[in-house]
Design a binder for this molecule. Structure first.
Ligand SMILES: [Fe+2]
Length: 284
């Protein structure tokens, strides 16, 4: 099966640059002949606060040339992750528009598990239910099944300094359990988004793929460079027991810098106008 991997699509009618790149990705998957697309979260620009962003994303996913399975990101359901309050109503709104927040799919000898990364570390009933669901899937595994995980936040931390960092990775108790717990024997691949950077590294027999955003880049002044900063999508070919991955930077997808998006330019202008007005009032 040929699967397109996309991430951080950040859909909103207020950010046309992200929509243009979405349509560029859509044209590319038609050319690449993929059977399924997996969206690795931050499907929306601000779905956690804006029902219209979630509704638009639901419509665009339904219009994709073939089935798309999504997992939620922080922009869709909030940070949660034990770092910010978990809001079950945001999760429910996400599921109403974009489908289940965790799912499984069997492809030949592969078991694909899509997970809600934002639940890990919340201590919520929803997190507990997701762990039970994962455990049930693990109990059904045989020695020949390869497992691939798809989730918004990465699991593996590439540098020692990254162990101190919050907000970027799945919290360590949960990532340790997924990487070194009962899945260890079968786990072969982990695909994630969130960083807007591309990285492909294998650690202890598990290939970790960080997918770049389809929408925009974060400049080095905003975010340290760990992988490669580009805009694109991935193509994953799953055969019996093996996986081939290619990164594509197709035509029609523009590598926008976040600071150059019209939305942020307008915000910056509004902020500087407000500052000027405040200074004017103080001067009077
Ligand atoms: Fe994200």
């Amino acid at each position: 099966m040929r699967i397109a991997l996309i991430a951080d699509t950040h859909l909103s009618s207020r950010v046309p640059e992200c929509l243009t790149n979405w349509h560029g990705a859509r044209a590319a998957v038609r050319r690449l002949g993929t059977d399924l697309t997996i969206n690795l979260g931050d499907v929306t620009f601000d779905g956690q606060h804006r029902p219209d962003d979630l509704a638009l994303a639901g419509e665009l996913v339904a219009q994709w040339p073939h089935p798309m399975l999504c997992v939620p990101g922080n922009h869709d359901v909030g940070d949660a992750s034990g770092e910010a309050p978990f809001d079950p109503t945001r999760r429910a709104a996400y599921c109403a528009n974009l489908g289940a927040d965790h799912w499984s799919l069997t492809v030949g000898d592969w078991l694909l598990l899509g997970l809600n990364a934002q639940l890990f570390g919340t201590g919520s009933d929803a997190e507990q239910q997701q762990w039970q669901w994962i455990d049930e899937r693990i109990r059904l595994l045989d020695n020949h099944t390869s497992v691939a995980l798809f989730l918004h936040r990465p699991l593996a931390r590439p540098h020692a300094g990254e162990h101190q960092r919050r907000g970027r990775y799945v919290p360590e108790p949960a990532s340790d359990k997924l990487l070194h717990g009962p899945l260890r024997r079968n786990l072969k691949l982990v695909a994630s988004g969130h960083l807007h950077q591309y990285l492909d590294r294998t650690v202890a027999g598990v290939r970790h793929l960080w997918l770049p955003s389809t929408a925009y880049l974060l400049g080095d002044d905003l975010q340290a460079r760990i992988g490669e900063k580009l805009v694109g999508l991935g193509v994953l070919d799953l055969g019996d027991g093996d996986a081939a991955f290619d990164l594509w930077c197709p035509q029609g997808m523009v590598p926008h810098q976040v600071s150059e998006l019209e939305f942020y330019r307008r915000k910056a202008l509004e902020r500087s106008r407000e500052r000027l007005q405040m200074l004017g009032r103080e001067a009077v």
